[in-house]
Design a protein around this ligand. Structure first.
Ligand code: HEM
Ligand SMILES: [Fe+2]
Length: 774
């Protein structure tokens, strides 16, 4: 959305009136979208795959007893959960997708049992006709729904029960310590004895069986439509995409193209209003930081520390994809297993990005309102130490809990919940939620005078504040599930948080904060930016709120989730396309007056935000977005490519740009070194592009081929993940990773120099000052 050329006054409507109308529209869209999303939640709750009380064979043997499926879920999450393979496609990439793995193993085992019983030979040695007969029987047996809602019992044939028992034994050995599976565990980057508790170990197969059963069993009254809409791809049991997945994919593409055309039409017909003449000198040059503004400086140093740790953990995690338990021969996994390094890697990404924004909010609030509330500095300091406590505490206890296997309750409450991006134990989540609310309060106090006084930029300030309020408030959704919640519902709520943050409120915060900074610098008109930002938020949230459902196509949800998710998330691409244009405009603005050079690298970071919004979020996001694409690509490296390019490219770059902007006002200008920022900026961006396009995207394409031709189990099997080609691609990450890390080191060097160089500059200035006085 071009902030500067949106026309307020066409048809002669006064600007304020037009903007008020837009705010009303925004409210209506939010209320309606959340009403639909909430209703979808109740439907998911009502129709999710049933959790059986028992799984028995027709001969009466009990395979899994009451409570075991749920205990198995807790046990899996406690052993690392989504950081140790995935279930229904959500999780990490080195170990298998357990649902797909179980399904494949069970199908093969059942076929083998029949083949021996009926023909006395292994399946491979049967005639074509015999094989065809067994294959057909397999499909019908595995798809038939034998769940009895009145008793809560799933009944299996004796042969299938035998196949299930075989696969269960494999899983018990794998998550236990069966030495014959040492090599496989190494390939999966998991340690022996993942589940030392005997009850947990016996229950784990129940949960994995159930996730695979839901994936292949036809829903009541349906044929060829499983609870997970036939995900994962598994030709053995006729798990192939549903017609709806194909139709809604096509419809969503057409819809997106039409919406982009509409947007281009709107922009080309709206009259351009140019940027204002930039001020002669930096309007912020004389800005004197208040005590609370100064207190934010330490936040930025913590941000840089967290970035460095995150990168270190990323390097270790990537290395485990080749050497599953050690680091160049050193048995690192005994103290820092893959599950822990990956948890820290993903959790710290969110934490440092959030910290940079929290600090920026606290820094700009008094600067904008010209008002330093009482005790604000104290508040900023308290929040800082509280956040530090949460980061250190949650990481240490998560790590300890994983190493010591302190049990499922410990994992859920204090340790590592095993859920990607929302991994910290519940106690830490509650503390973080309180911290975020405290942040919003501090921000509100700082901005209050500016919010209550009418001014040209009041709308913009209100939008920044509302986005902050939603970022803080929506964190509450990660407190909704308990240890025994149905997995479909955990996924539903988890994406409320992760998706609504990154594809909703973060986008709003990012655009509003950048626009606000540009208006403060006098480079864009506040009046135009005001309503442009409301319009842009409408477009973001119109697609973004219901777009949440693109994560839930295959997580045991009703089929209409595919339709709504595909159509609305396709709309998310529309504003992103325009953001690229806006980034180019910002580039031009950075050259509009000589003093703007002082903010050059912040502004370039904001331009990079625009670039990665188009490439990382828009392009790579849409690559996996249609149901038919995600059916084959979910949980493979194409998702990782998108995740890296979007999360770091957009929000990481924004965090760094904001950090630079604030540090500019907080530091001695003499100690500022653009010479260090240039290599920082280019290394981070080029490194990211190398990592994504030389390694992750090719790996994603290779796995896509494996998934389409043979099935999801194959794309995540050691045969593919540890193939020569894939391991070479992991090594090809190294150059990009190195270039990227060099960028982070330059940032750290730059920040340290600001501290030490500042003092040196002051010392050097002293004789001059005294000479002047003399
Ligand atoms: C800056 C904005 C965005 C960020 C930061 C972001 C980030 C992420 C992350 C971190 C993941 C999870 C990766 C993983 O599990 O390893 C993800 C998944 C995904 N994203 Fe995005 N994303 C953004 C925008 C978009 C957009 C605009 C689209 C599409 C229109 C999109 C579509 C998807 C899809 C389809 C998935 C996989 C769904 C799943 O497996 O649950 N994303 N994204
Ligand atoms: Fe999303």
């Amino acid at each position: 959305m071009r902030l500067s050329n949106f026309q307020l006054n066409h048809k002669g409507i006064p600007a304020m009136h037009a903007t008020r109308k837009l705010w009303t529209w925004l409210a209506v869209i939010c209320v309606l979208s959340f009403a639909v999303l909430g209703w979808v939640g109740t439907e998911i709750y009502l129709t999710a795959p049933p959790i059986p009380k028992q799984v028995v064979s027709t001969k009466g043997a009990v395979l899994f007893s009451e409570g075991q499926v749920q205990l198995g879920q807790e046990a899996w999450l406690s052993a690392g959960g989504q950081q140790l393979g995935s279930v229904w496609g959500h999780g990490s990439y080195v170990a298998p997708d357990w649902s797909a793995d179980w399904l494949h193993r069970e199908a093969l085992a059942l076929r083998a049992v029949w083949s021996q019983r009926d023909f006395g030979k292994p399946f491979d040695q049967l005639s074509v006709g015999q094989q065809a007969e067994l294959s057909a029987r397999l499909k019908s047996e595995m798809r038939r729904n034998t769940y009895d809602a009145s008793t809560g019992i799933i009944t299996l044939s004796p042969e299938r029960a035998e196949a299930v028992a075989q696969v269960a034994a494999h899983y018990v050995g794998l998550f236990g310590s069966d030495p014959s599976l040492d090599k496989l565990r190494e390939q999966y980057a998991m340690n022996a004895g993942s589940l030392p508790d005997a009850l947990d170990l016996q229950a784990l197969p129940a949960f994995i069986f159930w996730s695979a059963w839901s994936a292949a069993t036809d829903r009541p009254g349906e044929t060829d439509l499983s609870y997970t809409s036939n995900w994962p791809h598994e030709p053995l049991v006729d798990n192939t995409p549903t017609a709806g997945a194909g139709i809604w994919s096509i419809a969503s593409i057409i819809f997106m193209i039409a919406a982009i055309a509409g947007m281009i039409f709107h922009h080309s017909t709206a009259k351009e209003e140019g940027d204002p003449t930039p001020p002669k000198s930096d309007p912020l040059f004389d800005l004197k930081p208040t005590p609370s503004m100064k207190a934010t400086r330490k936040y930025f140093y913590v941000v840089i520390g967290l970035i460095l740790v995150q990168i270190g953990m990323g390097a270790i995690t990537a290395h485990y994809a080749v050497e599953g338990q050690s680091f160049f021969g050193f048995p690192l996994a005994q103290i820092l297993p893959y599950t822990v390094s990956r948890t820290i890697h993903t959790q710290f990404a969110v934490l440092w990005i959030a910290t940079a924004w929290l600090a920026t909010g606290l820094y700009i609030a008094p600067a904008i309102s010209g008002h330093e509330p009482k005790y604000q500095k104290l508040g900023v300091d308290v929040l800082f130490y509280a956040l530090l406590f949460i980061v250190v505490g949650s990481t240490a206890f998560g790590w300890l809990g994983s190493l010591q296997h302190l049990g499922n309750s410990f994992s859920f409450w204090i340790g590592n919940q095993g859920l990607e991006f929302t991994s910290m134990g519940r106690v830490w989540q509650v503390l973080l939620f309180v911290g975020l609310l405290f942040w919003v309060t501090l921000l509100g106090r700082g901005l209050w005078p500016a919010l209550k006084t009418p001014s040209e930029s009041r709308g913009l300030i209100a939008m920044v504040f509302l986005a902050a309020l939603c970022i803080g408030g929506f964190y509450a959704t990660s407190l909704t599930w308990g240890p025994h919640t149905h997995y479909s519902m955990i996924e539903y709520w988890r994406w409320w948080l992760v998706h609504l943050w990154v594809e909703g409120f973060f986008e709003v915060f990012a655009t509003a904060v950048i626009a606000l900074l540009f208006t403060r610098l006098g480079l864009i008109r506040a009046s135009t930016a005001n309503s442009a930002i409301v319009l842009e938020t409408i477009v973001f949230l119109f697609g973004g709120i219901l777009g949440t459902l693109h994560h839930l196509y295959f997580t045991g949800t009703p089929t209409f989730v595919i339709a709504i998710g595909a159509m609305f998330s396709a709309l998310e691409v529309v504003p992103l396309a325009m953001i690229g244009v806006e980034a180019y405009r910002n580039y031009q603005r950075s050259k509009s007056a000589p003093w703007v050079q002082a903010y050059k690298w912040s502004i370039l970071c904001f331009i990079a935000v625009g670039f990665w919004n188009v490439v990382g979020a828009g392009l790579l996001g849409f690559t996996i977005n249609t149901p038919i694409a995600l059916y084959y690509l979910q949980g493979l490296n194409m998702t990782a490519a998108h995740g890296h390019a979007a999360l770091f490219g957009v929000y990481g770059m924004l965090g760094i740009g904001l950090l630079l902007f604030c540090l500019r006002g907080l530091s001695d200008r003499a100690a500022w070194s653009d010479k260090l920022l240039a290599p920082m900026f280019w290394s981070l961006n080029i490194g990211l592009a190398m990592m994504v396009f030389i390694s992750l995207v090719p790996a994603g394409v290779y796995q896509a081929w494996a998934s389409i031709t043979q099935g999801m189990w194959f794309a995540r099997s050691p045969a593919v993940v540890h193939s020569h080609f894939m391991e070479t691609l992991v090594w090809m990450r190294v150059p990009g990773d190195v270039v990227f890390s060099v960028g982070a080191l330059f940032l750290a060097w730059f920040a340290v120099r600001l501290l030490t160089g500042g003092k040196r500059a002051q010392l050097a200035a002293l004789p001059v000052a005294s000479a002047n006085r003399a």
